[in-house]
Design a protein around this ligand. Structure first.
Ligand code: ZN
Length: 163
């Protein structure tokens, strides 16, 4: 079976024309629900991917505009991993996936959609989910599904994980 791991594609196509860094912009705005920001830590935030490759596709993003892993500070790396662990627990609890893809696309050649601001993708996977991927990539279907996913995960955080 061919591995499907291309969450950057749509993001890249759709954000290409925008100026500036949408991660920096969104993190400064105070409309977390509209921006699908699920959780704010001290150094990083967790956001739903607006162009998800699968249900529950999350990104962990440092507040600081950093493009390379080696430029991350130790406390940023630590919180990123801590949030990764926390979000894995949350997704398991709320969405019962069979597995996860976790990774970063660093640099143009690797398919980074948002240049210059690294982010860690967490994509929950279910057995057989490749079959409905094309449906999920339809931008008309996503906004409603995103809102529902956001709500479910938010409730999961408030109910079980605390802050
Ligand atoms: Zn940025």
């Amino acid at each position: 079976m061919r591995r499907i791991w291309a969450p950057w594609r749509l993001e890249y196509i759709l954000d290409e024309k925008k100026k500036g860094c949408i991660f920096c912009e969104k993190s400064k705005e105070s409309k977390d629900v509209e921006n699908y920001i699920l959780l704010r830590g001290e150094k990083c935030l967790v956001m739903l991917n607006a162009f998800p490759y699968n249900n529950g596709h999350l990104m962990i993003i440092p507040y600081r505009h950093v493009g390379s892993i080696e430029d991350l500070k130790e406390d940023e790396t630590r919180e990123m991993m801590k949030l990764l662990s926390l979000m894995t627990v949350l997704l398991k609890k709320v969405m019962s996936p069979d597995g996860f893809n976790v990774g970063m696309n660093l640099g143009d050649v690797a398919g980074a959609g948002i240049m210059g601001h690294l982010h860690l993708h967490i994509v929950p996977r279910w057995k057989g989910d490749c079959n409905f991927m094309p449906v999920l990539s339809d931008t008309k279907v996503i906004p409603e599904a995103l809102g529902q996913t956001y709500q479910k995960l938010k409730e999961g955080i408030d109910g079980n994980l605390g802050k």
